[in-house]
Structure formats: structure tokens, C-alpha cells
Design a protein around this ligand. Sequence first.
Ligand code: ADP
Length: 152
Amino acid sequence: MSKIGVFPGSFDPLTKGHEAIIRKSLSVFDKIVVAVGVNSSKAYMFSLEKRMSHINELFKNDDQVEVQSFQKLTVDFCKDIGANHIVRGLRDSKDFQYEKPIAHMNFDLAGIDTVFFLTELKYNAISSSIIREIYKNNGSIEQFVTKPHLLV
Ligand code: ADP
């Protein structure tokens, strides 16, 4: 039976930090499904299509990585595709504090465990929200996002 991990997020946009977490998780899982969340009450900077095609392009040579969108509880999405684990990245104790109750509730709801990977030190300060701010003000996001031209 293959081990499938779901890496859920907004990925608005997917950063080098996210990319490294996906590559790390491939050493543990047979397949990683990058699940791009669709939340109708959230305004995104980059369209769902662009966010997904960007991620697809970055992992086009990795058969173990698949990109899907989802608009339901993460655990329900996991069950739909036969995944027993959620993957999340941790930068600091703030990420951990935020993630901990969600991970407990996901386990209680559906018996789905969350596997955490620590971000690489060099990507520790990267966040999609700061990148959006830089982008909005015409700054270069090249050093934080691989192939950012694919997002526009
Ligand atoms: P969400 O919209 O669910 O808050 P994001 O798209 O911002 O999520 O991020 C998805 C996951 O990636 C989260 O687990 C988050 O902690 C993690 N993450 C965000 N930035 C980084 C980074 N620079 N390095 C490692 N993990 C990160």
C-alpha cells in the first residue's frame, strides 16, 4: 500500500520554503499531493489556475508529486484520496502553536495524523504574505519563489 501525504495550503504563492518541505516529505511518503485550498471568503493574489500550474511546472519531473485543488475539510479531502497523513512545515514556535490544535482536531475527527518538517534555516523568514507585499509594491520576489514569471 502506498503512503500518501497531503500538503495543504493556500500557496499564494508557493515559496522556496514550501518547495523544500515538499522535497523533504518525499523521503517519507510514496506520493505527496499538494492540495491548493479554495476558500470563497478569501481574496487571493494569484489565481488558482496560476498557483496550480506554477507548482505543476516546478515538480514536472517528480512523478511522486501531484497537485490538486480542494474546497472542503482537509481531512475529508484526505479520505477521498486515501491519504492518512497531512504534511505541514514549521518555521518557529508561532507556527507550532497555530498548527497544534488543528492537528489534534484532525486526528480526533478522522484519525489523520500530521507530520511536521522543520523549514531549512535559509528559508525560515520566507512567508507568502510578505512575498505578496513585495510583489504588490513592484519588488523582486525572484530569490524567494522559483520561476515567479509562471504566476502571471
Ligand atoms: P495556509 O494558507 O494554510 O496558512 P500556507 O500556504 O501559507 O498555508 O503554507 C502552507 C504550509 O507551509 C504551512 O504548514 C506553513 O507553516 C508552511 N510554510 C509556510 N512558509 C514556509 C517556509 N518558509 N518554510 C517552511 N514551511 C513553510
